[in-house]
Design a protein around this ligand. Structure first.
Ligand SMILES: Nc1ncnc2c1ncn2[C@@H]1O[C@H](COP(=O)(O)OP(=O)(O)O)[C@@H](O)[C@H]1O
Ligand SMILES: [Mg+2]
Length: 412
């Protein structure tokens, strides 16, 4: 297999499947292919029809492959949905090396100890993220390798999801002869796209407003401490507009994107918009404020769910870098202005992906944040993912391959 320093990622969203193909050159990630296809056979991030989901994935992949002039055989995938959740865990081991020194072996053992949590039989671990270590009771150690002691403890954040979702994702991609190198939670990928190490250190919340869900992740002192998914997304705003203005869903979706505003008080009374009408086919004009009045309560509902979720953590004073928004739903006008009322003195803003070159049109499109984060996570850990320019995806040789590649451990 040729190693062309090519990375391919697939973000399986609830409205669209996004594919990015990039070439990695030293520290530069150069996007060379972009694909986007409607998520069919997928509801709330969970596959409900493998055949149609496979077709959508293939459509998205082929669009990116065509642009890149490359055929990929392996991808890193992001999955979302309200089945994703996070928990903190702790592991402890005795150090029995000859000179009591902590080596990579002990780190592996203590992480294994922390990840051995009891999960319901239908759930599995998606990612284990290191928080900190303590050695013989001395805590807040970020990297204990080379230190000496007798008892090593680790604290980790564990992101879990329904096994059926990961299994069906693997199966859907297997149908189109694509191997999965790793599976990551969407919100984790979004946060990697837009956060700097400094922001993670200062304490920051990332809120990804997707189509049917809103995901939340909290970084404190450099590491992840909380992950959760709220079952309300931008789709609910569209539904409210459709019901309120008696429009079809596609019409309401277009109105939301063209004129949607989350904070009615900031809309001038005189501003009018043109909306289609189902019944008399004639466009009608209406005050923009009226549309904002339909949208605002739903956005407030999302923001108050996020606020309640964060309040449980009791960590307000540790969030000094504020709240960052990502996901397509974050592109709604007025969202930051409305969110300002929910935060105590800390700014919120739409995240901007950093360190990406090539076809950068999508950098301003928050729908692509998680796909960009996947590229970054993949590029940090893997030098290259094999591509196969000459063979068709239908080759039999990949069948029966192990999909859960041991490389996924490197993401932990
Ligand atoms: N400019 C915009 N204003 C408001 N909502 C938008 C805008 N652009 C996209 N969206 C909404 O973002 C959602 C898609 O975001 P995305 O992050 O791709 O979701 P998912 O990952 O769940 O597929 C859709 O509900 C879409 O209507
Ligand atoms: Mg998304």
């Amino acid at each position: 297999m040729a190693h062309n320093n090519i990375i391919a990622v697939l973000d399986i969203g609830s409205s669209n499947i996004k594919t990015l193909i990039a070439r990695k050159d030293e520290d530069i990630i150069d996007i060379i292919g972009i694909g986007k296809a409607e998520s069919k056979g997928i509801r709330k991030g969970t596959i409900i029809n493998i055949d149609t989901a496979s077709d959508s994935m293939l459509k998205s992949l082929e669009e990116a492959e065509m642009m890149a002039g490359i055929s990929v055989t392996q991808v890193v995938v992001a999955i979302g949905g309200d089945h994703i959740s996070g928990m903190n865990s702790r592991g402890v081991i005795g150090i029995n090396t000859k000179n009591k020194e902590v080596t990579e072996m002990e780190i592996g053992r203590v992480i294994d100890s922390a990840r051995s949590v009891h999960l319901p039989s239908d759930r599995e671990i998606i990612e284990v993220i290191e928080q900190e270590y303590s050695l013989d009771g001395l805590g807040e150690i970020k990297n204990p390798i080379g230190m000496m002691g007798t008892r090593l403890e680790s604290e980790v954040h564990i992101i879990t999801g329904l096994s059926s979702t990961t299994d069906n994702t693997i199966k859907a991609l297997k149908r189109i002869k694509i191997d999965i190198i790793d599976i990551i939670a969407t919100i984790r990928a979004s946060s990697e796209a837009i956060l700097t190490d400094d922001e993670k250190q200062l304490g920051v919340i990332v809120v990804d407003i997707g189509h049917s869900t809103t995901s939340v992740i909290v970084y404190l002192e450099g590491s992840v401490w909380h992950t959760s998914v709220i079952p309300i997304g931008s789709m609910h705003i569209t539904n409210d507009i459709a019901a309120g203005l008696r429009l079809t869903i596609p019409m309401a979706e277009q109105i939301k994107i063209d004129y949607g505003y989350a904070f009615a008080d900031l809309v001038h009374d005189e501003e009018v918009i043109e909306v289609p009408s189902i019944s008399d086919r004639q466009n009608k004009t209406m005050p923009k404020k009226m549309l904002a009045n339909i949208i605002q309560p739903r956005v407030e509902e999302i923001l108050s769910f996020v606020q309640k979720d964060i309040q449980k953590l009791n960590c307000d004073s540790l969030i000094t870098a504020g709240t960052m928004f990502s996901g397509g739903g974050a592109m709604l006008g007025g969202i930051l202005e409305l969110a300002a009322g929910y935060q105590k003195g800390v700014a919120s803003r739409i995240g901007e992906p950093l360190g990406i070159t090539g076809i950068t049109d999508i950098l301003d499109n928050a729908e692509f944040h998680s796909a960009i984060g996947l590229l970054k996570m993949a590029s940090q850990k893997i030098d290259s993912i094999p591509t196969n320019n000459n063979k068709k995806k239908t080759t039999q040789e990949k069948q029966g391959k192990i999909f859960k590649n041991p490389l996924r451990e490197f993401f932990s």
